[in-house]
Design a protein around this ligand. Structure first.
Ligand code: KMH
Ligand code: ZN
Length: 273
């Protein structure tokens, strides 16, 4: 499995708007189409946020359910529900889709951090509560770390037995007000991970492409998509999420890697399936 790389597509996010890129998928139908195209292009995991009828972020279980049903009609992509939600969401709101839908995977945010002029709150007690729900519902977490201290916070939960291997981290770099993406910072993050942990590198905004190279260089996995970055190149909007996935897959192949399938991910991370 070592020479396989996993690509996640984060096709919608909670904060990206159609004003930033008109190709942003927001309805269940648009998200399912985007997911399928991304899967065909090489993404094996979908990081899923959904929107209400007005295009605003929501943690409404029915919208998640409908979107996942539509995806399932098209492909077997691993669906990773967001429990980060949108800035300002309560812990209860963020957890509801996980509790009710029991997805194979979901994100578990590992600390409090600036989000531009906003912020997200994940104290240790909040993280413990989330970890207990993940365990109770058999959901594999992606431990999203927006700063170095978040990795150490996750390690407290590991020591307490609330998180168990296999570990999968999402190293989210370049959120405004948090750690910038640099090759050196990625190396430091990697060194702080528990032994044997898998990790996906996520570069926000203009750091998306450098972070993809960083992932390849450090034996990590890649995440691309409009949640992280709406541009294909400087001043050039991406036509679709699939276009970004396709380039990530090409970079990986040039580096001699093969692209993991969704079933590869299920086997590597021991997902329920
Ligand atoms: N939308 C951000 C506030 C996650 O999905 O777990 C949080 C986020 C992280 O996107
Ligand atoms: Zn997210």
């Amino acid at each position: 499995m070592d020479s396989k790389i996993v690509i996640t597509c984060a096709c919608t996010g909670a904060e990206t708007t159609k004003d930033q890129n008109p190709a942003l998928p927001t309805t269940p139908e648009e998200i399912a189409d985007a997911a399928y195209e991304a899967w065909l292009a090489g993404a094996s995991i979908l990081h899923l946020h959904v929107r209400d009828q007005n295009g605003k972020p929501t943690q409404d279980v029915q919208v998640f359910r409908r979107t996942i049903e539509l995806i399932r009609q098209k492909c077997n992509m691993v669906v990773e529900i967001s429990t980060g939600g949108a800035v300002g969401d309560t812990a209860d709101e963020r957890l509801r889709p996980l509790v009710e839908l029991e997805p194979e995977m979901a994100s578990l945010d590992c600390g409090t951090v600036n989000f531009g002029d906003d912020y997200i709150v994940n104290t240790l007690p909040v993280m413990r509560r989330f970890a207990e729900e993940f365990r109770g519902h058999g959901v594999q977490p992606t431990l999203e770390c927006f700063d170095l201290g978040h990795i150490y916070a996750s390690r407290i939960l590991i020591k307490e037995g609330l998180l168990t291997p296999p570990f999968h981290y999402g190293l989210v770099m370049n959120v405004p007000g948090a750690v910038p993406y640099t090759a050196e910072n990625l190396e430091v993050f990697k060194k702080a991970l528990p032994e044997g942990a898998y990790f996906t590198v996520m570069g926000i905004g203009k750091s998306s492409l450098p972070a993809q190279y960083g992932a390849i260089a450090t034996n990590g996995w890649m995440r691309v998509g409009f949640e992280d970055n709406v541009y294909f190149a400087k001043g050039v909007l991406a036509k679709s999420n699939a276009e970004l996935v396709e380039r990530a897959a090409t970079l990986a192949k040039i580096a001699g890697l093969s692209i993991a399938t969704s079933d590869d991910v299920r086997s590597i991370l021991d997902l329920r399936g």
